[in-house]
Design a protein around this ligand. Sequence first.
Ligand SMILES: Cc1cc2nc3c(=O)[nH]c(=O)nc-3n(C[C@H](O)[C@H](O)[C@H](O)COP(=O)(O)OP(=O)(O)OC[C@H]3O[C@@H](n4cnc5c(N)ncnc54)[C@H](O)[C@@H]3O)c2cc1C
Ligand code: SF4
Length: 563
Amino acid sequence: MSRPSNFPPPFNGADFVSPPTDPADERIEVGVLIVGAGPAGLACAIRLGQLLESDPETAERMGEVPVALLEKGKQPGSHLLSGAVVNPRALRRLFGDGFRMQDLPNYGEVHGEAVYVLTKRNALRIPPPPPMKNHGNWIFSLSQLGRYLAEKAEEGGTMILPETAAQKLLVDHGRVVGVRTGDKGKGREGQELPNFEPGSDLIAKVTVLGEGTQGHLTGVALDRFGLRGNEPQVWELGVKEVWKVAKPLKSIVHTMGWPLRAGKKYREFGGSFIYPLGDDMVTIGLVVGLDYRDSELSVHDLLQELKTHPKIRTILEGGERVEWGAKTIPSGGFHSLPRKLHAPGLLLCGDGAGMVNIPRLKGVHYAIESGRLAAEAAFRAFQRGETPATALASYDDAIRESFIWKDLKEVRDMRQVFQRGFFMGGAFASAMTISKGRASVGKKEAEPDADAPLLTTNRAASYPAPDGKLTFDKLSSVFASGNKTRDDQPNHIRIERKVAADVARMWAAMCPAHVYEVGAEGDDGTVTVEIAPSNCVQCGAITAKGGRLTPPEGGSGPEYTRT
Ligand SMILES: Cc1cc2nc3c(=O)[nH]c(=O)nc-3n(C[C@H](O)[C@H](O)[C@H](O)COP(=O)(O)OP(=O)(O)OC[C@H]3O[C@@H](n4cnc5c(N)ncnc54)[C@H](O)[C@@H]3O)c2cc1C
Ligand code: SF4
């Protein structure tokens, strides 16, 4: 039995940390530098805009460009993918008095919900377990919400730099002093093409990383400053589609059970979500824990299988798929949070720091709240009479006093118990929810997803053949993500290319974007992994399962508009 972690990727975090290298007069200086236009980064920018307005003296001290935000996607929202049923709590705090949820681009408040346990042919409706109750929450497309929040951030004075990947963490004398952006216009072998543009050093007094799941620099910073939490982070992979449908879906739907298998040995944990986007669209997604063991498990193909269920098929009947995408979600929860959320010159927020309540499938309001609190700490660092170190440390205190900490603590052992199998894990999870986390269930320590020993069960034989109407193959799905990555740019995926055959099969099945293929077998029993990096939609699953995703050239990747 192989484990993906037996084949570590050729990746050294130290290669992505350096002091500034541009000559001093060519460095771009900003006050606060935010990486990532997700809900965390954008909330941080919006709050900074409010603070700048209320305190012109401090604003003056932050320089000509008080706030800058980098986003690797073509524009804010391009790389945002979520459910998304959003708890409005953090949005209300961010926008304050006079704010109405109706003013945001949304698909209405949740008024009804249905939860089903599926078998291959049947669907048993059950009362929604406490974590799946969503009354009072609102339905969004996160990529649309991201575009809206970006406009608000710009109105407040943030300079947004899209198509710009933060590649290196700039550290000088033990303090983060900004980031270096990635080069553009390089060929496959790293050679400079005629349109080559070198990256730049962006220097800031405070850098806020809101990179989301599998954040590249966040991972580098956690190691560089020894911030990793008590337990390893683990992830789920979500694959979702947006459909135009013939008849409206009246309530949000969650399913458990089929097509995942319940047996403990498979470690298949997850479920589906189906949310209405107005009267004529629905979004349907499947989320599966990446600690699974079967080398043929493919979340993309399981989602195709799910759509063939009689209960689900009726929702989509007469409709048309209009978008597809994939992304991971950190699911280690409380025990996997970093030991500290700050380092000299640096703050970490949102999914990058693992702020997700996985039993509720909620992270957007934690990202927004943490971004808002990061803004307040960053701003303090510029105020007269404050020392930057104390100001940034106040962010950790603020998070510990926030609802983020309280909520994640209540569900702290939830994800780990599912490594005991779906039914035992489910029973423990219910006990924990009812007791608000006080019931002790003898928690089992989580192991990294890449440590899960592989098994093979011929799972792929039951995936439905793509018909191009209800079920789709991976390549047409990548097309539906709007991915336009340049074919001839350098490979941004770090994996060991010669691995055990079951590891190669696992990567090929796992990747929703058909990036990996099992190649020739060598004399030593290993196989070569063939790779098509331009298909990559940057979901992050490869980092969880034994490789390492690094940001490709800025502007690459999917162009999500409704995910
Ligand atoms: C399938 C799925 C369903 C979900 N459903 C829900 C739900 O219903 N409700 C809910 O509340 N939560 C849900 N979540 C979780 C929620 O989407 C996340 O918690 C939330 O998006 C985290 O926000 P963030 O700002 O931290 O990161 P993200 O939303 O991931 O945003 C990060 C941004 O940073 C950019 N970036 C990253 N690295 C760099 C870099 N080095 N340089 C430049 N830019 C960079 C990315 O391109 C991206 O735009 C779901 C997640 C998934 C995947
Ligand atoms: S290659 Fe890209 S799309 Fe495929 S699993 Fe890795 S990160 Fe996801």
